[in-house]
Design a protein around this ligand. Structure first.
Ligand code: DC
Length: 223
């Protein structure tokens, strides 16, 4: 029997579009390494804020970035970023990070620092015998893995997304972050040509996951 292929799945979309939950379910269903790249932009933002570096102060951002040691640790099927040997989940969903992360994420040098780090996680997935990688973010199907086996773009009505975030108990300016993420010059949030666009406004999570899982299952077979 032919060996099962190693697959890469890219899921992009705006804030609270359902990326993380569907990516997590797919990672469990097919034994894939799950990578939430938004958490990496958040972790770096939290670290720079801790160091009192402002997004508008490019020389300070560059100097701080040059000194950060990025590592990875696995927690179950999730690849978590360590900065200077530390992983911190505590403050990455804070109001301050929500407010600043899109400004830091618009800086080309910061995106460049994360590009090879993110691509390198495919090797981490292979080394740890995952059947593939499911990576979610804003530019995964357009920039990080444009040749991914599957590229999905999730979107949903802004009111519905605000309702979802409020349900998670988070204060988040979704519309403003989406505006910044879509309008920036470096790797803007966009549905790349050829990606499968899914409007999740009136779909249950299970329906969204099923839309993604059917073609994946055809290629990979069940875990
Ligand atoms: O997915 P999230 O809401 O946790 O992402 C936080 C921010 O990080 C988002 O507003 C934009 C940025 N981001 C990005 O620019 N590119 C990615 N691949 C992932 C996130």
């Amino acid at each position: 029997m032919a060996a099962s292929p190693f697959i890469i799945i890219a899921i992009d979309g705006g804030a609270a579009s359902g990326k993380s939950t569907s990516a997590r379910i797919l990672s469990e269903r097919f034994n894939l390494l799950h990578v939430d790249t938004g958490s990496y932009y958040r972790a770096i933002t939290a670290e720079l804020l801790r160091r009192n570096v402002a997004a508008g102060d490019l020389p300070a951002v560059r100097a701080a970035l040059a000194g950060l040691r990025l590592g990875t640790r696995l927690s179950g099927r999730s690849a978590q970023m360590e900065i200077d040997g530390r992983h911190s989940d505590d403050d990455i969903r804070s109001r301050a990070v929500n407010d600043h992360v899109s400004h830091f994420a618009a800086i080309p040098e910061l995106r460049a620092a994360l590009l090879s780090y993110q691509r390198g996680l495919a090797d981490v997935a292979r080394t740890h015998k995952f059947r593939g990688l499911v990576m979610e973010g804003r530019d995964i199907g357009s920039v990080i893995f444009p040749d991914a086996d599957f590229r999905f773009f999730l979107h949903a009505d802004p009111a519905e997304r605000a309702r979802r975030r409020a349900g998670e108990g988070q204060q988040d300016s979704i519309a403003e972050r989406d505006r910044l993420d879509t309008s920036r010059k470096a790797s803007p949030l966009t549905c790349p040509p050829g990606a499968t666009s899914i409007d999740s406004t009136h779909l249950t999570l299970e329906q969204v996951v099923t839309l993604m899982a059917v073609p994946i299952n055809a290629k990979l077979g069940p875990a």
